[in-house]
Ligand binder design. Structure first.
Ligand code: SF4
Length: 309
């Protein structure tokens, strides 16, 4: 990734509500819809419901705008400058990044102080986030000092969610610190579908993703597979998904409907979004083939949770 992001991208991201922070501009934060919902209407996200984080104290962020995939359902804009491994030199310090992310989040939350609908006590608490959802855009595992970053977050009493595409198993292998929640995004039952959906910029993407799935079982933290389901593309062959899921010994499987937002609207038709009922049907089939049981559902986000028995 270039040391400095071209102005047109900075402006584009700024308008979309992102704040890019740090001297080397590879980290970003954006207020999550559920943080706003929690402040205004006391409605929280399914991760608060299922994993105990506080939506109003969540830092939706990334430390790598780079990603080695161009998933057809992704909300971000694709551009070659964001499709490279990160350099080991032109990067910011873990503690500086966290300071900058928190500062930017506080600035983004300023408007809620004067909002009569916003819960003032929650707004006060939101100034000190307690969860880092490293899932905003890009793949944060590409940040060369990721273990140190996790260590720094945990030192500050943050829980950490890492969502990775699994395209960098070598980075998972060398992790010295585990996140609170390790998410691997599994969006295809076979290589042909994977190449169509995940569209990796590396030739051996499928092999790498499978290596990451194998590695997952060696982690002691909470392990979650996230299936983003796109109607007409990857809602098929539950028996093949089951084989991949069982490799990981994961604790949970989230089957979640694709959301027609951002740049994905230029790549997929609106009716690619499955209905919640269709997600539930697919989850039931997965349950049959994996032996995992359906634990809960969250209709606002079209997601069904399966848990290991
Ligand atoms: S965990 Fe995810 S959905 Fe929930 S508030 Fe944080 S970023 Fe939003």
């Amino acid at each position: 990734m270039p040391d400095k992001i071209p102005k047109k991208f900075l402006n584009m991201y700024y308008k979309q509500g992102y704040r890019i922070v740090g001297k080397h501009q590879h980290s970003a934060v954006k207020i999550c819809r559920w943080t706003k919902e929690s402040l205004r209407h006391d409605r929280v996200c399914f991760k608060q419901k299922w994993y105990g984080i506080e939506s109003h104290r969540c830092l939706q962020c990334t430390v790598s705008l780079s990603c080695l995939n161009r998933c057809v359902y992704c909300w971000r804009t694709f551009h070659p400058i964001f499709e490279k491994e990160m350099s080991k030199k032109a990067i910011d310090e873990p503690s500086e990044i966290i300071d900058e992310l928190i500062k930017a989040q506080r600035l983004l939350l300023t408007g809620f102080k004067g909002n009569e609908k916003a819960d003032k006590k929650k707004w006060g608490e939101a100034q000190n986030p307690t969860n880092a959802a490293l899932s905003l855009i890009g793949d944060s595992i590409l940040y060369p000092r990721f273990s140190e970053l996790l260590e720094e977050f945990h030192k500050r009493k943050f829980s950490t969610f890492l969502v990775t595409k699994g395209t960098s198993p070598e980075k998972l292998k060398i992790l010295e610190v585990e996140p609170t929640n390790l998410y691997i995004s599994l969006c295809a039952p076979d290589e042909e579908t994977y190449m169509k959906i995940d569209n990796p910029i590396v030739k051996d993407g499928w092999k790498r993703m499978n290596e990451s799935l194998e590695l997952m079982k060696s982690f002691g933290c909470r392990k979650i597979l996230r299936l983003t389901l796109v109607k007409g593309l990857n809602m098929k062959n539950p028996e093949k998904y089951a084989k991949l899921i069982l490799k990981t010994n994961c604790d949970f499987v989230e089957t979640k409907g694709f959301m027609w937002v951002g740049e994905s609207q230029k790549r997929l038709p609106m009716n690619s979004m499955p209905y919640h009922e269709e997600i539930m049907e697919f989850a039931k089939k997965l349950s049959e083939f994996t032996g995992y049981e359906i634990k809960d559902e969250f209709k606002p986000s079209r997601v069904v949770l399966l848990t290991k028995k």
